[in-house]
Design a protein around this ligand. Structure first.
Ligand SMILES: Cc1cc2nc3c(=O)[nH]c(=O)nc-3n(C[C@H](O)[C@H](O)[C@H](O)COP(=O)(O)O)c2cc1C
Length: 179
């Protein structure tokens, strides 16, 4: 049986922000398809009197398509060492042509308040419902950041780490640690 130890997200905000900078995961679901990607850009905070998680997902990601089809996600945060295969598969392959759940050996648990599952191997879980999204206007970004992160080379296709981000703001509707 799965146990969920609930916590107040602002009591653990320091741990969460530190974990983001080291790499956490974002899981989406559309129909029967579940997909997880590695993220290290994002933050938590307080907006419109709600606790929120803000994620930056490049337009080319399969995850972007999943979020547009079903605007819910879980953030999956490791609480100790975990199988590096999860990092390699979820940060290096696309759900467009890979079943990352099976290839990375992820054990899914049902969501509590949303349809997107949590992941036993990445137990700290934030369940989020998208309440706002915005495509970036790269022209407003300082040149040094633009040159480094948005070079927009036309000789590349998708998954280039060069295209614009979409910012997704998810209301955190539940937060817990799985065991
Ligand atoms: C450590 C790490 C952090 C990453 N952070 C982000 C991120 O914040 N936003 C993003 O769009 N891609 C990020 N990526 C890239 C995606 O995880 C990668 O392109 C993934 O294959 C996309 O999967 P998808 O096509 O199934 O959505 C990161 C990759 C790694 C390895």
């Amino acid at each position: 049986m799965v146990d969920r130890e609930h916590f107040d997200v602002f009591d653990r905000s320091g741990d969460i922000v530190k974990a983001i900078s080291e790499c956490v995961f974002l899981t989406t679901r559309s129909g029967e398809k579940v997909n997880t990607m590695a993220i290290e850009w994002g933050t938590i905070g307080n907006l419109w009197a709600k606790p929120v998680f803000i994620a930056f997902v490049r337009s080319s990601r399969f995850t972007r398509r999943m979020l547009d089809e079903n605007p819910e996600f879980t953030v999956n945060i490791p609480t100790g060492p975990y199988d590096r295969k999860i990092f390699k598969v979820c940060g290096g392959k696309s759900g467009r042509d890979t079943d990352k759940v099976s290839e990375a050996g992820l054990t899914l648990t049902e969501g509590e308040k949303i349809g997107v599952p949590g992941i036993m191997q990445l137990p700290m879980t934030l369940e989020c419902k998208v309440i706002y999204r915005q495509e970036q206007d790269v022209s407003l970004i300082p040149d040094d950041i633009k040159g480094r992160f948005y070079p927009h080379r036309s000789d590349r296709d998708h998954d280039t780490d060069e295209d614009d981000h979409v910012m997704y703001i998810g209301e955190i509707v539940s937060s817990y640690v799985l065991s």
